[in-house]
Design a protein around this ligand. Sequence first.
Ligand SMILES: Nc1ncnc2c1ncn2[C@@H]1O[C@H](COP(=O)(O)OP(=O)(O)OP(=O)(O)O)[C@@H](O)[C@H]1O
Ligand SMILES: [Mg+2]
Length: 632
Amino acid sequence: MFLTKIDTLFDIVEQKKKAYVLSLAKELGIPSSSVIKIARYLEQLGFVELDYKNVKGAAIKYLKTPEPEFKHVDETELVNKLKFFKSFQNVKAANKLIYDLYKYLKHRDDAETKETYVSVRKYYVENFMKSFDKKIKDPITKIDSYNIDVESMVVEVEIVKQELEPVPFYMISLLRISDITRLVIDKIKEEVISKITFNIVFKSHEEENMVRNEYKRKILGIMKDVFPDLSEDRIHIFSDYIVLTSLGMGEIEFLLRDKHLEEVVINNAFEPIWVYHKKYGWLETNVIVDDEQEIVHYSTLAGRNVDKMITTLTPLMDAHLKTGDRVNATLAPISTKGNTMTIRKFAESPWSITDFIMTNTIDYYTTALVWTAMQYELSILIVGGTGSGKTSTLNVFSIFIPPTQRIVSIEDTREIRLPRTLHWVPMETRLPNPEGKGEISMLDLIVNSLRMRPDRIIVGEIRRKKEAEVLFEAMHTGHSVYATLHANTVNEAIIRLTTEPIGIAKSLLGAIDLIFVQNRNRRTNTRRTFQVAEVLENGDYTLLFNYNFKADKLLKVKDPYMFYKTIELFAGLDKSEVDKEINDKIKILKYLTDNKITNNEEIALMISYYYINKDYLMKKLFSGGDKNTGPD
Ligand SMILES: Nc1ncnc2c1ncn2[C@@H]1O[C@H](COP(=O)(O)OP(=O)(O)OP(=O)(O)O)[C@@H](O)[C@H]1O
Ligand SMILES: [Mg+2]
C-alpha cells in the first residue's frame, strides 16, 4: 500500500489526540498551509476538528477513526470465528470470511496482513478441507490477472474463483492507498466537481478536451497543495483518477477500458456490477454505484449523445456511447429491483474475417462461399441466439460487398461499421419524443431506403411483420438484403419467419438465398458458424453444412445446388467457373491469415483489388517475389 502524508498526519493526531499545525508541519516536512488543507478535508470527513483559538497556535484535535472493512485484522478473532462456523458446519460463511480477508489484503498488501491471511487460511485448510468435504479446494483460486492501462494509471485486474461460489469475481484494484487518503481524494473530487457545471454534454471533441484539461489543471493545483511532497507521477495518477471517475461513468470507465469484456451491466445500486468476460463468461465485480440516481445520471449522459431521453414516461432507452458501446437503460419501477444499464461493448478493433478464420469461427471454404454469394448479389440471412455473434458476422461478411455498389444500412442502434472503400449510407431509427412525435421506425427507413437506389440493404434485425414484408418485397424487386434474425437453427428461423408475429408466406422465403446460423457454445463460450443452408424456390431449405462439436468444425451435409443455379442464372457462370473462383478466394483468405492481416480497412483494400483486377492481384500475391508485401 502506498502511504501518503495524510496517513502519517492522521496517525500522529490519532496517537496524540491533539497536535499543533506548526509542529506537524515540521515533523512531516511539508508547509503548514498543506497541513491545514489536509486537516480541513479530514474535518469535513468528521475525523478531526481544527482548533484555531488555541493560544499555542492552530491545533488539530482527534475525533474518530474511519471504519475499515475489517476493524483490525486480528488473527485470534478470525480463527475463533472460523471455529464457530465449523461448529455449525457452515462452510459457506467460512469461505466468505476468507474471501473478505483476501479482498482486504489485496488492497493493503502489507506483510502483517499477509501473515495473518496465511495462518487463518492454514486453519481453514486443516479444519474445513480435511474434516468436511475432501472436494473443497483452496478457498480462493486465482484464475487470471492482467493490467489495463488507463491514462497514467495501471489498473490491476484479478479474476478469482471462490470455493462454493458459482460465479468468479472480477476485482479491479484502483489506487493502492489507505482508506483515509482515498476518502480525502474523494472529497477533493467532490469539491472540484461542485465548482464546475457537472451535467455538461460536450458539443465537440475539442470542447470536451478543453473542459477536461481545465478540470485536470484545477485538480493538479489542489493536489500539489495537499500532497506537496509527492512525485509528479503520483500526482498525475491521482489526478487522472479523479478526472476519469468524475467526467463520465465513474469507476465503470475502467471496466469499459478492459477489452476482455463484452458486456458491463448494472442491475441496481445495491448489487455489484456484473461483467461478461470474453474468456470466463459472467463475473461479479467489486465495482458498485453509489445510488439509483447515479444510474439515471449515466443513462442520461448516454442518451444525450444520441439525442434520446430517459424519463419516467419513457423509461426504456437504447443509445450508444461516444466510443460506440451500445447502451440499454431502464428505470424503476419498470425494472423492479432498480434502474438498470446494459452496456454492450463495441469491440475496439471490430471483428474481421481474418479473426473469424483464425479463431476457428468459420472455415476457409465457407467464407469463400459467402464471399462469392455476396459478390453475385445473393441475399443472406444471419441467425443465432442472443449474443451468438449475428451482428458481428453481418459486419464481417459485409466487407465482401463490391465497392461499386451502394449500401444502405438500417439499425435501431448503430453497430455496423464498414470500411471506407465501400459506398455506404448508415441509418438509424429514432424513438418518439415525450409528446409522442418524431418517431422514425425501422419500417420508415426500409421504405425510404428503397427510394435511395441501394444495391444492397443491410438490416440490423428483423422483428416485425411489416418490416419483413417490405424486405421480402425489396428482395423480390432485385435488391440483395442482409439481415439478422433471432433463432437458434435454420429450422427455427423458417418457423419464426412463417408464423406470427412475423408470419410471411412460405412461398416468399425463396427470395433468401443462404441462411447462416451462428452459435455460442453454451459450455465453452466459443462462437462458431453452426449451420449453413440454402433456401429453395418453394421456401423449403437444404442444409449444406452442419457444425460437429467433436470435430469442432463444419461438416458438409450436401453440395449447394440453388447457389450455383442462381449464380448461373444471373451471372452466367457455370459450376466449374464458380468453383475456380472459390478456390482463388480461399487462396486470398489464406494469404490474409498467413500474414495476420486483421485490419478491416486493409482487408477491404485487398478485396477491392480482387474486384478491380483479380489477375493482377493473384499475380502480385502468389507469383514469387516477396510474399509479405500486398499489392501496392
Ligand atoms: N467469432 C467470435 N468469437 C468470439 N467472440 C465473438 C465472435 N463474434 C462475436 N463475438 C462477441 O460476441 C458478442 C456478441 O456479438 P454480437 O453483438 O455480434 O451478437 P448478436 O448475436 O448480434 O447479439 P444480440 O443478440 O445482442 O444482437 C460481442 O461481444 C462480440 O465481440
Ligand atoms: Mg445483434
